[in-house]
Write a protein that binds this ligand. Sequence first.
Ligand code: ATP
Ligand code: MG
Length: 443
Amino acid sequence: MLVVDDEDDIRELLDMTLSRMGLDADCAANVAEARLLLSENTYQLCLTDMRLPDGDGLELVRFIGEQCRDLPVAVITAHGSMENAVSALKAGAFDYVPKPVSLEQLRALVKSVLNLPRQDVAQNEAASGALLGESQAIRQARAMIEKVARSQAPVYIGGESGSGKELAARLIHGQGARRDQAFIPVNCGAIPENLMESEFFGYKKGAFTGADADRGGFFQAAHGGTLFLDEVADLPLTMQVKLLRAIQEKRVRKVGAATEDPVDVRIISATHQNLKELVAAGRFRQDLFYRLDVIELKMPSLRECREDIPLLAESILARLALDSALPMPRLTAGALKALGEYPFPGNVRELENILERTLALSGGTEVSADDLHLASLVASGEDASSASSGGEASLQDHLDRVEKQAIMEALQKTRFNRTAAAKLLGVTFRSLRYRMERLGLNE
Ligand SMILES: Nc1ncnc2c1ncn2[C@@H]1O[C@H](COP(=O)(O)OP(=O)(O)OP(=O)(O)O)[C@@H](O)[C@H]1O
Ligand SMILES: [Mg+2]
């Protein structure tokens, strides 16, 4: 370990604490000394103060990022100085620890650093992992995922519906120091507002009628691991305030509890909406956005990586065939061409849905462009002759009408509670949301 701090007593204290954990530390009093030690030794962790006599901690973070890429560096920040913490994370710091450094936090930090998978191992896992594609846009996303997996910084993932935001979040968790702990995905749009606080933070026995025992919430479940706030734009403003507080303080208070408990979670958030616009419109708190959007990852739409469509289609089809114990049909050149020209408003998820339907309906060994039933979806009217037979288009229209009606009925029965409606229809919440979007039922 390398400890960089200009105050003798703090250096000694950190040194002592680390050695009590059985770890050796070298100490430097300024940036120059730190650079020298870094050029002579290899370390597992660098812990640096923010303000140093001959420069600042950020400089060291950047230097390490360039010169010793595998070395995680954590920054000690003045209490309450969120700005420093955020800029350190943006500059590539592994994590930050507020002053005064508590033993508990230092332990957690060291533990997660030692838990980082070796870079080559993580990369192997990523290579065999699920984010397929060789286009520039996907390569960039993959590289970013690998990089941010090796830090504790909050990540905000943007991108259209079905573009792989949740997949990216799982990969970040799965390649990082927290991979052996829980990954808790939370659909912020699916929780009734009056239950939100207790769902997120848990409750004490007797907090309300029916609370017959203490219970943890999402934060407690994600302790040591990652909390994935999906559709974070759907959080009501009152909950945004509470969430901000929990993230800032790294503490949560159960409903009905007198005291707060410390929690250690990494926050990854995502939405298909434009969060910046929502901030500008006053529908999402600026201060919360600032804390969530420390590192931004944008998942490309499938239209931005058209060249990946054949590869994606083949591997998704192979997986689907395997899952349903069917022989894998071959996609004809015509089918690949049709897929290559299709706009995919629902991105990879839509491609999956199209192939699933195709596989279920086609008994053959070959899938042609017609078997995909894309015609009626492709900008209707753009080329009337390409909707080869009127019969197909009207079949799709008919299916859409039936689907629409079933969804509307379920929604009415459940008073427009989408989670309950999905249950009633026997589909997942996401599948229902996707279908509603496709059918234009969202308004
Ligand atoms: N590059 C990719 N390679 C392989 N599978 C992918 C890729 N991108 C997305 N998928 C798959 O597409 C589906 C949709 O991805 P995911 O659920 O992560 O999207 P999302 O962006 O979270 O969508 P939504 O905004 O609707 O929640 C998943 O089954 C995922 O595994
Ligand atoms: Mg999602």
